[in-house]
Design a protein around this ligand. Structure first.
Ligand SMILES: [Zn+2]
Length: 128
């Protein structure tokens, strides 16, 4: 019961952080919540000023509302990454970048391409 209440709180907080994000970002978080339950969005849309304050790259997808960072407590980041890869066609997520950190995952969407694609960024933010 406590877990469900906490999960509900997170869903409301997630909604606020994703308010200025694109439908793709909101859809992916909803799908992750359905699959894993307790998704904690740590960063969604950032104003350019806030992005600079938190040390984001100047051209960050967060400033365009096409990115979010999230954690799912007690679920390994590679389990989440493999779920994203497995479901990319089901949800028609084409052009999704994934950066796997130890504590959270960053995802972003680029303009749609004709074929579903997923890529992982290196630590310097360049796609591999
Ligand atoms: Zn990010």
């Amino acid at each position: 019961m406590l877990l469900l209440e906490r999960s509900g709180d997170n869903m409301i907080q997630n909604e606020e952080k994703l308010d200025k994000c694109t439908p793709d970002v909101r859809t992916i978080v909803r799908a992750l919540e359905q699959e894993f339950g307790n998704v904690v969005v740590t960063s969604g849309y950032r104003s350019p000023k806030y992005n600079k304050e938190v040390g984001g790259v100047s051209n960050s997808a967060h400033t365009k509302g096409t990115a979010c960072d999230f954690q799912i407590p007690n679920v390994h980041v590679y389990k989440i990454a493999s779920w994203l890869l497995y479901n990319i066609r089901k949800y028609n997520w084409v052009g999704m970048g994934v950066n796997i950190y130890t504590q959270f995952i960053h995802i972003d969407f680029k303009p749609r391409k004709s074929t579903p694609a997923i890529w992982q960024y290196s630590r310097d933010g360049k796609s591999l």
